[in-house]
Design a protein around this ligand. Structure first.
Ligand SMILES: Cc1cc2nc3c(=O)[nH]c(=O)nc-3n(C[C@H](O)[C@H](O)[C@H](O)COP(=O)(O)OP(=O)(O)OC[C@H]3O[C@@H](n4cnc5c(N)ncnc54)[C@H](O)[C@@H]3O)c2cc1C
Length: 433
């Protein structure tokens, strides 16, 4: 496709000596920004090779979006192995954040399905895999772009018979009920996710809607769908037309919306057939949905704690109501064991993702308290969604970060690869003790 790869070079006399890659900018914080430096637009590295009809292996460019891959792959019965909540992310961004989906408890994260990748670094160009320079491969998996620019990767896709999902949905009256349901039966489903109402209180604290499912086999589709086993998803035309001056999402609207959503959901419904896009990517249904939060925007916060620390999830959900800061969207999932990446976010346990309208008084101290709770039990927050963590907590959350820094010193001795996130958190720099 006519793109040449040259190693990233550093000359300290140049004004723009720092470099970081950017995909589709779907990380919520400053991971793909580089004040005073160069942000590499990876859209030129967009390509999709032929899918091996037996193994599902396909070579794709680092700047290719998951949306583009699935448009091609679904036609021949292959699908993305790990889908985050939006399909508008690039392969490079998915590798750099080692993204997880609703199937982590079964399948692990994105990089478990990366057979090999080509990385452009200041020290040269490397083709690496879990067997070839495994250290550099796993440092890149979740390494937030700090080991180089992924220009190419070979992914292992999964086989699907249809573009539909067969789902079971149930309402759970409180947080304990949903957590028990997930512990008892998540292993029966490939995908599982719970929407949690963080504005409910008392005995309904954390009431939830739990949705689980798998790819629908052809036999599960009724006659009505028999002619469209594979329906290639079209992009949504619905969009928020402009930035609202004030957020449409405040404590009262959140409470009203949550109550409505909970009641509207079926008490229990098994075997519903739904399109794959509404199951995996509900937010992609409204373009620029973020504008609903007004000029101040919103804050995302996601943490994970071990399976024995469900109490931290309970405390987190319990803190928000009394503080008058209910999360506008709260999603609970269970992770299986993490992969070997030293900066990869998932570890086995509970993960809770929370959205808050920015600028609410009391939000910064609430999130600081949450950080303390999480780090106190050996948990961590997700850097792809962070813009505010205190740097002194990073090394406690990611105790193996030194491994990433050592690899980076090998491929980037002059520390050309930097982002606003890496500088804010002191990644690659000694933190004064
Ligand atoms: C609605 C929504 C839902 C989401 N749901 C989930 C979810 O369920 N699970 C989850 O894990 N994440 C989720 N995310 C976060 C998102 O998947 C990650 O932030 C992902 O990294 C974004 O990819 P991107 O291409 O937009 O990368 P960017 O946001 O542009 O960059 C993210 C990081 O990747 C690096 N990077 C980008 N391209 C390359 C490259 N070619 N080579 C090397 N490094 C590169 C950047 O330097 C940066 O550090 C969600 C985000 C949104 C907006």
């Amino acid at each position: 496709m006519g793109v040449t790869h040259t190693p990233l070079t550093s000359q300290s006399s140049e004004p723009h000596r720092w470099v970081i890659a950017r995909g589709l900018g779907r990380s919520y914080g400053d991971a793909a920004q580089c004040s005073g430096g160069v942000v590499v637009d990876t859209s030129a590295y967009s390509s999709i090779g032929l899918i091996d009809p037996v193994t599902g292996l396909v070579e794709v460019g680092g700047g290719t979006s998951l949306a583009a891959i699935m448009r091609v792959s679904l036609a021949s019965g292959w699908f993305i192995p790990v889908s985050p909540g939006t399909r508008h992310v690039t392969v490079g961004g998915a590798i750099a954040a080692d993204v997880h989906g609703k199937n982590h408890h079964r399948d692990g994260s994105f990089c478990s399905f990366v057979a090999s990748l080509t990385l452009v670094t200041p020290a040269g160009i490397f083709t690496i895999s879990p067997d070839e320079d495994a250290e550099l491969f796993w440092a890149t998996a979740g390494g937030m772009g700090l080991t180089g620019v992924v220009v190419k990767a070979t992914l292992r896709l999964i086989r699907v018979e249809t573009s539909w999902m067969e789902t079971d949905t149930e309402r759970c009256d409180d947080l304990d009920a949903v957590m028990s349901a997930m512990e008892e039966a998540d292993h029966n489903y490939r995908y599982s996710v719970a929407w949690v109402d963080c504005s409910s209180r008392g005995k309904h604290l954390g009431r939830s809607v739990l949705t689980r499912g798998d790819h629908a086999p052809i036999g599960a589709l009724g006659l009505a769908n028999a002619t469209s086993f594979i329906d290639i998803p079209a992009e949504s035309r619905v969009r928020v037309p402009f930035t609202l001056p004030l957020s449409a999402v405040g404590p009262h609207t959140v409470q009203a919306f949550n109550a409505l959503w909970f009641r509207k959901s079926p008490k229990r419904k098994c075997g519903a057939i739904v399109p794959l896009t509404s199951f995996f990517y509900p937010l992609d249904g409204i373009n620029e949905w973020n504008l609903l939060y007004g000029r101040r925007g919103f804050v995302q916060y996601q943490f994970v704690v071990g399976p024995q620390h469900a109490d931290v999830v309970r405390a987190a959900v319990g803190m928000m109501g009394p503080a008058g800061i209910p999360s506008s969207l709260a999603v609970l999932k269970r992770f299986g064991p993490g992969d070997p990446g030293p900066l990869s976010f998932p570890i086995e346990g509970w993960t809770l993702a929370l959205d808050f309208p920015a600028g609410l008084p009391g939000l910064p101290p609430l999130l600081d308290r949450l950080d303390e709770l999480v780090v106190g039990v050996g948990g961590r927050i997700y850097l792809a969604k962070d813009a505010r963590l205190r740097p002194e907590l990073l090394r406690a959350m990611y105790p193996r970060i030194g491994e990433l820094e050592a690899v980076r010193d090998r491929v980037d001795p002059d520390h050309v690869l930097q982002s606003d996130l890496s500088r804010r958190l002191g990644i690659g720099q000694k933190v004064p003790s």
